[in-house]
Write a new protein. Structure first.
Length: 196
């Protein structure tokens, strides 16, 4: 093997080293690098565990369904782009426990959401209520669309009125052609072509 490697190193050039080695060595090198490659893929392609495993003993299946619905609607204050159902942050774990306790205590969905908003602000809800400061969040897209349409209409009107009122400047050749067309048409342009 040493002579093959030495020959490959001495050969130099731009061809890959594996192509200079004997075909018998390729499976050996592949067998040596395959576990390393597999380990690298497993180490660097680790996906975060998105399934939070917590077990709560609900007194009814209705409470469990409400728990899942509310935990999907509440945002993790730390993660910001995850709901508390999918987040493994400690604050999300605390919020899930609090949600469970409030549901078992008989709180309504509205009471639970109001309590969470009182503690963490409207940010904790994925769908903030349409009142007060958050009203702008709901109205902004429609207002921007109306504003864009107004600007578009104004620009089009200005352009069309400017084009209609501006005199058309013709050079000498164009004036001669215009006179020629007028004479063929009998002094006025009727819009019909005269044989052309």
């Amino acid at each position: 093997m040493g002579s093959v490697l030495k020959t490959a190193i001495e050969a130099g050039g731009t061809t890959p080293l594996l192509s200079k080695l004997s075909p018998a060595l390729s499976p050996i090198l592949l067998g040596a690098f395959l576990p390393v490659l597999l380990a690298a893929v497993l180490v660097f392609d680790v996906k975060p565990a998105s399934a939070v495993i917590e077990t709560y003993e609900f007194s009814s299946s209705e409470l469990e369904a409400r728990y899942h619905r509310l935990s999907q609607e509440l945002r993790c204050p730390k993660c910001q782009n995850q709901n508390i159902a999918d987040s493994n942050a400690p604050i999300s774990q605390d919020l899930r426990q609090l949600l469970f306790r409030q549901l078992e205590a008989g709180a309504s969905d509205e009471q639970i959401l109001n309590d969470m908003v009182a503690r963490y602000g409207e940010f904790v809800r994925y769908r903030p209520s349409a009142q007060g400061a958050t009203l702008w969040l709901w109205l902004a897209p429609a207002l921007l669309l109306v504003l864009a349409l107004l600007i578009l209409v104004t620009v089009v009107r200005r352009h069309s009125s400017a084009a209609a009122s501006a005199p058309i400047a013709l050079n000498a050749q164009q004036r001669e052609r215009m006179q020629e067309l007028r004479s063929l048409d009998g002094g006025g342009l009727s819009g019909e072509s005269s044989g052309r």
